[in-house]
Design a protein around this ligand. Structure first.
Ligand SMILES: *Cc1c(COP(=O)(O)O)cnc(C)c1O
Length: 390
């Protein structure tokens, strides 16, 4: 039995069958090149689902986490920790948000956002103002409460009863927001500016602006889920910065840690002091190694890099426009969806056989390359993907 088969067999035997994996076992990587157990190389256009912002084994990040691992790996949140404080300071400095809570994943970052919104509304308006409005076709995570927040029925089916207090509005239909807020005592509206799992669909400027203005006028909090869209992915540091809005709460995760698990919930002016002693916590949240790595990522997400993301995005769109098999390119920055004539999952399989790692979102191909992917690799991958679409 070769090693690839052995891994697949053991995986089937010992790991819960929640993932429909591609038949590839990756063993090493450098930048935007990944190598599998048989020595085959791939151009990575997925970044471990928007996680490896600077590719595999980025040297600056690697140094930051190694040095911290050699000093102190964990302290618990009962003690002060410099890397954690430094990361929070940087996040606030770069966003204008006022305070941060650290956790370990996107779902947890969103849970914290919802807890904060409910406490704010309960203090300000009364405990019956608990409803959180999210959008249909959204994705907010896998915990029972975040499944409830997620506006896609098929995620709910096997796991009822769900957490009460979440209602879902049809995206781009502002009247539905008006209707739902009149029917439900509402604490917050939570959106992804670009619906990632939902097929890489960017919300329109007008719609997002209307929601933000309405929320502000009615003292309803605006939560933006930046778990996938954040940390430079959209061509701005956070995707809401592409819209003329100021959220009250921003959650992020995936790319922030550069490959280690982290979640962050950022609080604006209004909600900065809502959570007090004992209201929330996390054993691993703000872990020094993870935070040291995240600092090394965030420090490099400057305007020059973001401009480069926007330039590469344009290059990709121009390249894809040449292929007849691609009907539409959606998304923003280096978070792109391809609507294809042929079945997207078949195309992704063909891409992988041809040495390009990409993934799907709904019926689209989803592309999330490392933000620093060299232009020649990006174009090479785009042309392979384009050909696989024909
Ligand atoms: C991935 C994702 C989540 C869940 O993040 P986990 O780290 O898997 O819990 C939540 N929201 C959005 C928009 C995501 O893309």
């Amino acid at each position: 039995m070769n090693t690839q088969n052995k891994i697949q067999t053991e995986d089937r035997e010992y790991i819960a069958g929640t993932y429909n994996r591609f038949p590839v076992a990756l063993v090493s990587g450098k930048g935007s090149i990944a190598t599998d157990i048989n020595g085959k190389n791939y151009i990575d256009m997925s970044s471990g689902i928007a996680v490896n912002i600077f590719g595999f084994c980025d040297e600056v990040w690697q140094r930051a986490i190694s040095e911290q691992a050699a000093k102190l790996q964990h302290t618990s949140n009962l003690f002060y920790s410099e890397p954690c404080t430094k990361l929070a300071h940087l996040l606030c400095e770069k966003t204008g948000m006022k305070k941060v809570f650290f956790s370990n994943s996107g779902a947890e970052a969103n849970e914290c956002a919802v807890k904060t919104a409910r406490k704010y509304a309960a203090d300000k308006k009364g405990e019956d103002f608990f409803t959180i409005i999210t959008l249909k076709n959204s994705f907010h995570g896998r915990t029972i409460s975040m499944l409830s927040a997620t506006g896609q029925e098929h995620y709910h089916e096997l796991f009822r009863p769900l957490t009460p207090g979440f209602v879902h509005a049809e995206p781009e239909n502002f009247d539905e927001i008006l209707k739902l807020t009149s029917e439900n005592k509402t604490a917050a509206i939570m959106i992804e500016c670009i619906q990632g799992e939902g097929g890489v669909v960017a919300l329109s400027q007008e719609y997002v602006k209307k929601i933000a203005d309405f929320a502000k006028e009615n003292d309803i909090l605006l939560i933006v889920d930046e778990v996938q869209t954040g940390n430079g992915r959209s061509g701005k540091l956070y995707s809401y910065m592409n819209y003329d809005i100021q959220p009250d709460i921003v959650s992020t995760a995936k790319g922030l840690g550069g490959g280690l698990p982290i979640g962050a919930t950022m609080f604006g002016e209004k909600v900065q002091n809502v959570l007090g002693y004992g209201d929330h916590g996390s054993t691993f949240g703000g872990n020094p190694i993870v935070c040291a790595g995240a600092v090394s990522i965030l420090e490099r997400l400057d305007e020059k890099l973001l401009e480069d993301v926007r330039r590469k995005s344009k290059l990709l769109s121009e390249t894809f426009a040449k292929f007849n098999g691609i009907e539409a390119v959606t998304g923003m920055g280096l978070m792109m969806g391809l609507k294809t004539k042929k079945d997207a999952s078949e195309i992704v399989k063909a891409c992988i056989e041809n040495g390009v790692l990409c993934i799907t979102a709904k019926d689209r191909i989803r592309l999330l390359p490392a933000l620093n992917i060299p232009e020649d690799l990006l174009l090479k991958a785009a042309n392979i993907i384009g050909k696989c679409c024909e």
